[in-house]
Write a protein that binds this ligand. Structure first.
Ligand code: SAM
Ligand code: SF4
Ligand code: SF4
Length: 367
């Protein structure tokens, strides 16, 4: 085990720990390695996207986590160190809206001081709605953030308003994206969830807007995660349909840049001007390659976006509990993982045995 990965812990470093040899090869029951961690730093958000936090559920009386219920950054560091010791190299910070969490830059700075088992800096990414990005991009970059994904579902102000249910100008998000590119966060990606009949008319404008920039746009199938109360199969525009819309104006060629664990299938414009990706979570689930663990802002480990129950990591987060115990707990949980909900849901939908309703909220566990 690389001691540097654990260097800023107060624990004794763990070179003799039983996991040391096996750490980089932690696999689940379906032989999937543990590769990335998505860490939700807050469950609150300043948007109320209809597909994620509909206002009728997440209204004025909704009980978000109290500050005291959220993990501290010190606890999150302990979690990250444990995942790094198990071979994880990619950390994506998410939420809720992660830029609402005060002190995020100093947390990123601490994360950036860690190295992977291979002695490399961690690959630190952020997913944000972009509303607070323009003023924060430089400080985030200076803290050690490498790349950023900005969610933007429409360029048209009224469609954006309808989907985000927030009084925020699209230009503010575009400004955030420009600042992120200007300070050298790379790549900058834009994610757009497409809902049939609501923002499918925005696919071509989004492609047009970003195609001559360094920003790659990715279109995501609308998923039936908890929070997506308006979801039905008929609201899903499939990746194939989205690609046909793009190709009606812009011919695409497949790239070979995807690795097996990538969620997105990426294409290049035939004229070389930029990239477009499609995330087919519903029509072509990629559970077989899913190597992602998620930790919610209150310290629950979820091994699937659709899991109905997490594993509470808090018992292992106290100062006096050695990190080795936390590593063991995560290792044991990953070993027993057999989730493949999107594949099972797709089978159920195909065979017409009804919709099973998932309960995990994307805003809690992060997308
Ligand atoms: N607030 C940040 C943002 O919007 O980028 C980070 C958290 S958000 C939960 C992460 C991602 O989940 C976003 O890109 C969002 O579009 C996606 N998401 C949320 N609900 C979804 C749904 N029902 N179907 C597909 N993607 C969804
Ligand atoms: Fe907030 Fe992101 Fe969910 Fe929209 S998708 S409500 S911005 S957490
Ligand atoms: Fe991974 Fe679960 Fe999504 Fe399948 S449904 S890709 S196992 S998060």
């Amino acid at each position: 085990m690389n001691a540097t990965a654990l260097a800023d812990t107060s624990d004794p470093v763990l070179p003799g720990h039983a996991l040391a040899g096996a750490a980089a090869s932690v696999t689940d029951r379906l032989d999937r390695p543990l590769r990335d961690l998505r860490l939700s730093v807050i469950d609150q958000c300043n948007f109320r996207c209809t597909y994620c936090m509909p206002r009728e559920v997440f209204g004025a009386h909704y009980q978000f986590l109290r500050a005291s219920e959220r993990l501290s950054f010190a606890q999150m560091m302990k979690i990250v160190r444990a995942f790094v010791a198990l071979g994880v190299e990619k950390i994506r910070i998410t939420g809720g809206e992660p830029l609402l969490r005060r002190g995020l830059e100093s947390f990123i700075e601490r994360l950036a001081s860690l190295t992977s088992l291979r002695g490399q800096p961690l690959d630190i990414a952020l997913t944000t709605n972009g509303s607070l990005l323009a003023t924060r991009a430089r400080a985030l970059r200076d803290a050690g953030l490498r790349r950023v994904t900005v969610s933007l579902d429409a360029l048209d102000q009224s469609i954006f308003r309808r989907m985000s249910d927030a009084d925020i100008a699209v230009t503010r998000i575009l400004d955030g994206i420009e600042h992120a590119s200007a300070v050298g966060l790379a790549p900058v990606k834009v994610n757009a969830v497409i809902e049939r009949g609501v923002n499918d008319c925005q696919i071509l404008p989004l492609v047009r807007h970003f195609r001559e920039t360094e920003v790659a746009v990715r279109f995501i199938e609308y998923m039936d995660v908890g929070g997506a109360t308006g979801w039905s199969k008929s609201t899903v525009l499939t990746a194939r349909e989205m690609r046909a819309i793009v190709e009606s104006e812009y011919p695409l060629v497949a790239t070979d840049s995807d690795n097996g664990a990538a969620t997105s299938v990426t294409y290049r414009h035939a004229d070389g001007k930029g990239e477009v990706g499609f995330i087919a979570s519903i029509s072509e689930p990629f559970c077989g390659e899913c190597s992602r663990a998620r930790v919610s802002a209150d310290g629950q480990l979820y091994t699937c976006l659709f899991a109905t129950q997490g594993t509470d990591l808090k018992p292992w987060l106290g100062d006096v509990v050695p990190t080795a115990r936390l590593i063991d707990a995560i290792h044991t949980r990953w070993n027993t993982r057999d989730d493949r909900y999107s594949e099972l849901h797709a089978e159920r939908r195909r065979t017409g045995t009804g919709k099973s309703y998932p309960t995990v909220r994307m805003s809690l566990v992060g997308g």
